[in-house]
Design a protein around this ligand. Structure first.
Ligand code: CS2
Length: 489
């Protein structure tokens, strides 16, 4: 038997299933980016809210759009949009059937009609998880109009990028009159709400629609959020484990997630599901401090583990964080460098560091370093360069940042020499590879060329020449020495 609405009643009692009938759900949320993270985060909190609200909650079904994966939309449709969430404790797995998506669609399908769905009066909230690279930003956080995808959306009838789709949806709301939905960015981007607002306004202005740009500025709410849960790419083990835990019912789209769940949302006006029914969710007046702590300490250290870990032949975050030498370097980087400008008490920072390192080591979570290493150019400015700049200014160490940036450059250099088995997924991959080709074997020239990319690194660093030297010298060591041994010295 395959997982679908009819199968729910056959699921063993040990599996959590929704208390409501999914067939009665009506869409009230449109989501862009139906990837694993969305399915392990917002859907889970929304389902808890609907369960807690009873009949009133039935207005909060989600229309969820995959941005790049038509295959996933098709599989979910074939399962009545149900799937299994496997919560992976270090030594135990708990299964839950997720049933808050009313319709999975593929954004690239002209019939998906996302703009019209956003403009539907029943849609009170639009959420997004399209990853940092899905906003087409430059290091200053503004929309970068040189990206081809943005150029295409300026004239497209059916836009394909998140800022393009949101602008088109809001244009329809404006024409129709009425209350626009609240736009809730759930990506790891600096001041994510404000940044998305500006990107959508910039896009409307680039299209020549200044009236829409002004209307968005005045009328649409884009609260900031901080989202946190580690949700890796699904593996064949997930399919086998879901089938076993569901008593033989087959699910072709299960996901795994860690037990940790956090969602901090900036207060806004208007209806919303009772998300606070899910532990770890709260509304606050200022998301800033939570966001900075998470972006730098979690996401930034993830990047270190990924770039250095891959060079040391460590395949997953758990392996990298459990490696004695790299684990120590990561914890030191997180606590001493990545806490720059994070206004939390020493005790809180210590506790957060211990919790994060423990989460990273969870052996139940198979989080491939190659996945975390994707799209580094879109993540570098806010997660790494911002704290690094502050550390240089205040005379604090930046050894971890130097190692991280040198390792990232090394990924491109190895690729350029066809010596690296890892797929390079980055919106600027071609340019970055080209920089390594131009400066073959010249580490200083490579470091200089990378750091000169202001759209990635921002303005020159304080003491720029000295930082370039340090990165070049680490790049040389990463090239000439055994990386596992280098980490031990
Ligand atoms: C990761 C995040 O890929 C990445 O950039 O750092 O997806 C991370 O797992 C989540 O933000 C955890 O909340």
């Amino acid at each position: 038997m395959n997982l679908n609405r009819n199968a729910i009643s056959h699921v063993p009692d040990t599996v959590y299933t929704p208390r409501y009938d999914p067939a009665l759900l009506r869409p009230g949320i449109v989501h862009l980016g139906c990837g694993n993270f969305h399915r392990g985060h917002q859907v889970v909190a929304t389902q808890a809210a609907i369960d807690a609200e009873g009949r009133d909650g039935l207005r909060w079904g989600i229309v969820s759009a995959t941005m790049r994966r038509p295959d996933l939309a098709t599989v979910l449709q074939s399962q009545d949009n149900l799937y299994t969430l496997l919560t992976r404790e270090p030594a135990n797995t708990v299964a839950s059937v997720m049933a808050a998506i009313t319709e999975a669609v593929y954004a690239g399908d002209d019939n998906a009609n996302l703009a019209a769905r956003i403009a539907d009066p029943a849609t009170a909230i639009v959420t997004l998880t399209v990853t940092a690279s899905g906003y087409y930003l430059s290091a200053d956080g503004r929309l970068d109009p040189t990206f081809e995808a943005i150029q295409a959306d300026l004239t497209a009838i059916t836009p394909r990028t998140a800022p393009g789709i949101i602008a088109a949806g809001l244009a329809q709301v404006r024409q129709r009159g009425g209350v626009p939905p609240v736009i809730l960015c759930c990506d790891n981007v600096n001041s994510n709400g404000d940044t998305l607002r500006q990107a959508v306004i910039d896009l409307a202005a680039l299209k020549g629609d200044d009236l829409l740009a002004a209307w968005i500025e005045t009328n649409v709410q884009f609260p900031d959020t901080m989202v946190d849960r580690i949700v890796p790419t699904a593996t064949p083990d997930d399919i086998a484990d879901a089938c076993r835990l569901l008593g033989g019912i087959e699910d072709r789209a299960p996901i795994s997630a860690e037990p940790w769940f956090q969602w901090v949302i900036g207060e806004f006006d208007g209806p919303r599901p009772r998300w606070v029914a899910h532990p770890g969710t709260k509304f606050v007046s200022d998301v800033g401090v939570f966001e900075r702590a998470k972006l730098q300490m979690l996401n930034g250290t993830h990047m270190l583990l990924a770039y250095v870990g891959a060079l040391a032949n460590l395949n997953t975050v758990s392996e990298a964080a459990s490696d004695d030498a790299l684990g120590r370097i990561a914890a030191r980087f997180m606590r001493n460098e990545q806490t720059a400008d994070v206004s939390l008490d020493t005790d809180e920072l210590d506790r957060y560091t211990v919790d994060l390192m423990q989460r990273f080591r969870n052996p139940g979570i198979v989080h491939e370093v190659t996945r975390i290493g994707r799209n580094g150019s879109a993540k570098m400015a806010s997660r790494i360069v911002q704290p690094m700049r502050s550390n240089i200014e205040t005379g604090r160490p930046v050894d971890g940042a130097v190692l991280l940036i040198a390792s990232w450059i090394r990924w491109f250099a190895l690729h350029e020499q066809d010596e690296f088995d890892i797929a390079l997924t980055d919106p600027r991959a071609e340019t970055l590879r080209g920089l390594c080709a131009d400066a073959r074997d010249d580490h200083k020239a490579q470091a200089e060329a990378f750091l000169a990319m202001e759209e990635v690194f921002g303005a020159p660093l304080p003491d720029h020449g000295k930082q370039v030297e340090a990165i070049a010298s680490m790049l040389r060591r990463l090239t000439e020495e055994s990386v596992p041994e280098l980490l031990r010295t």
